[in-house]
Design a protein around this ligand. Structure first.
Ligand code: SF4
Ligand code: SF4
Length: 94
């Protein structure tokens, strides 16, 4: 699952710079997470950096985006440019 930021966020800005995927941004009311970029820090860190640093514990799992660890790792590979969505194309040449 991706993570989400609740309205308990106090806009302290410490989570945005620690995200390795630049998934966190300042929304109109409070900071938010782009679910398509959040990998739970898989591929970068053993722990979720935003959750670790948030002083008010307002970053729970987002039930709208269920993902397994395997799926999160696959997402990391695509985001890192290690693998693209066309890598499995048998007609693709290198
Ligand atoms: S869990 Fe990691 S990848 Fe996801 S938003 Fe937090 S810092 Fe970014
Ligand atoms: S660290 Fe927590 S309180 Fe601070 S901006 Fe991020 S989500 Fe909001």
């Amino acid at each position: 699952m991706a993570l989400m930021i609740t309205d308990a966020c106090i806009n302290c800005d410490v989570c945005e710079p620690v995200c390795p995927n630049e998934a966190i941004f300042e929304g109109p009311e409070h900071y938010q997470i782009r679910p398509e970029l959040c990998t739970h820090c898989v591929g970068h860190f053993d722990t979720q950096q935003c959750v670790e640093i948030c002083p008010v514990d307002c970053i729970p799992l987002d039930p709208q985006y269920p993902e397994s660890t395997q799926q999160l790792h696959a997402k990391y590979l695509v985001l890192a440019g290690v693998q693209t969505v066309t890598d499995n194309d048998p007609n693709a040449s290198d």
